[in-house]
Ligand binder design. Structure first.
Ligand code: GLN
Length: 481
């Protein structure tokens, strides 16, 4: 009986199971099934330390997204340009997990540098959805989500710049937590868009996500943007009755598929049964959030990725290949990027360079910054009136692999419900709610005020218990032997 696929960390502890025994079974399964799902880019043969430490995560094994560094790990961000890279130092997040007794099984597949919504922009090829082959596990933290949903890890670390923890959690029917910007140190997270990047958690339950956050959160002298805000798992007895949820219908109603709208209304009915108040919370400023996000994320990516020029990073390609004229340095840069970067990353660098160029900056970058301010202010204002926002994580369930590759704008639109919380730096929790007509998972997203993770955990727990999604027999954790 593969109890290790089905139990949450909290349940395993309660049932007196040995976490390391479960982790050992997962490590073995990860070798076989990890390949079928393409969930890992690297499995650490030395995942089992000479002695397992003490702490809240003692013996529990996790997957770590390939852009979150561990000392000596091949953190290539699923990019050919970093194919020979070994991280010289580890991230604060991994150090904290290990100090809490957590074990890292390996690195999880992702969209190259975190750019994408389906894990198809990976030099390793796409991740398969454990619910159904041929469908996306979501992106960009798709490997992390697939590993957790298939029972190959107790939990996983991902990164969320515009939705990359929440969307994969949605596609794979698990819990995804994007903390408040700065609540978890970004030291050792390879940068995509620094003003948006957040390390997040993919987990089997809301309580498991809370437990991991309590280990990760808190100030870090190595990250100047980290907040002096530790996190304690809220008391399970705290009531939610009387709290108010705001629904930004103007954003979601016209865009969500009928199956998503039905599932969402069912979830709101469950919330009302729990004694929660559900009110309308219009968010007209969120209508242009995808455009704003894309301009800002591309601008920051173009700057952050300037380092992959063949000097310090990615200098393994033959100079001359793909280059025409220019200085030796220009030829080196052209050769490195032509061979080392995939199509989506190139698109972002071109777009980001364009929106920052003299003559265009005011029209694009400055306007996007101004809009980000307006949206942030509006969301903070709304969250002064309601306790949390609730909306579907995405307008539909997982899509078929290949179906959006020819249409980058459709791919960007996948994030339309997740980018508002990213732009405003607010915490958001995705939890599974039901299945669509195809039998693929759907979810809602709770968005809280700055540092309001405790409230999201309380609300999430109550909804999770009432919805009882984990007991669905179609789920991979029940189906797989
Ligand atoms: N899909 C979005 C993008 O491609 C978000 C990615 C992310 O959150 N890392 O930019």
């Amino acid at each position: 009986m593969s109890w290790w696929r089905r139990m949450t960390m909290t349940q395993a502890r309660g049932a007196g199971r040995e976490p390391v025994a479960g982790t050992g079974a997962m490590a073995a399964a990860a070798v076989r099934e990890g390949r079928t799902l393409n969930a890992f880019t690297w499995l650490d043969p030395a995942w089992m330390p000479p002695s397992v430490g003490q702490g809240p995560l003692a013996g529990f094994g996790c997957a770590v997204k390939a852009n979150i560094c561990g000392a000596g790990w091949p953190n290539d961000c699923a990019s050919a340009v970093l194919s020979h890279y070994r991280s010289p130092y580890g991230s604060t997040a991994v150090a904290r997990l290990q100090a809490a007794g957590g074990l890292c099984l390996g690195l999880a597949n992702m969209d190259e540098f975190g750019m994408g919504s389906s894990c198809e922009y990976s030099t390793y090829g796409p991740v398969q959805n454990p619910w159904r082959e041929g469908f996306t596990a979501g992106g960009s933290s798709g490997g992390s989500a697939a590993a957790v949903a298939a029972g190959l890890a107790w939990f996983a670390l991902g990164s969320d710049t515009g939705g990359s923890v929440r969307l994969p959690a949605h596609c794979c029917g698990i819990v995804g937590l994007k903390p408040t910007y700065g609540r978890v140190s970004r030291y050792g997270l390879i940068a995509f868009a620094s003003s948006l990047d957040v390390i997040g958690i993919l987990a089997r339950s809301v309580d498991d996500a809370a437990l991991v956050l309590s280990v990760l959160a808190g100030p870090d002298p190595r990250d100047a943007t980290s907040l002096d805000a530790a996190f304690a798992v809220p008391d399970p007895g705290l009531p939610v009755r009387g709290l108010t949820l705001g629904v930004p219908r103007d954003l979601t109603d016209g865009l969500a598929e009928p199956a998503v709208r039905e599932d969402f209304e069912r979830t709101l009915a469950v919330a009302r049964d729990l004694g929660l108040k559900v009110v309308d919370a219009p968010l007209p400023a969120a209508a242009d959030a995808v455009q704003t996000y894309l301009v800002l994320a591309a601008a920051e990516a173009a700057s952050n990725l300037a380092r992959y020029d063949g000097s310090l990073y990615g200098g393994t390609t033959e100079p001359g290949a793909g280059s025409v004229g220019g200085t030796a340095f220009e030829q080196q840069v052209t050769a490195t990027r032509t061979a080392g970067l995939g199509p989506e990353v190139k698109r972002r660098i071109l777009l980001g360079t364009h929106v920052l160029a003299a003559g265009y900056r005011q029209r694009f970058y400055d306007r996007a910054q101004a809009h980000r301010k307006v949206l942030t202010a509006r969301m903070q204002e709304v969250l002064g009136v309601v306790d949390a926002l609730i909306l579907p994580t995405a307008a539909e369930g997982a899509f078929r692999l290949g179906s959006r590759l020819d249409d980058p704008v459709a791919m960007y639109r996948t994030d339309q419900f997740t980018v508002p919380a990213s732009l405003a730096g607010l915490p958001a929790l995705t939890l599974p709610t039901g299945l669509d007509a195809r039998g693929l998972p759907l979810s809602v997203q709770l968005v809280g005020p700055r540092l309001g993770e405790d409230l999201l955990i309380r609300l999430g727990r109550a909804l999770e218990e009432a919805l009882d999604f984990r007991s669905r027999k179609e789920a991979p954790w029940h189906r797989l032997p």
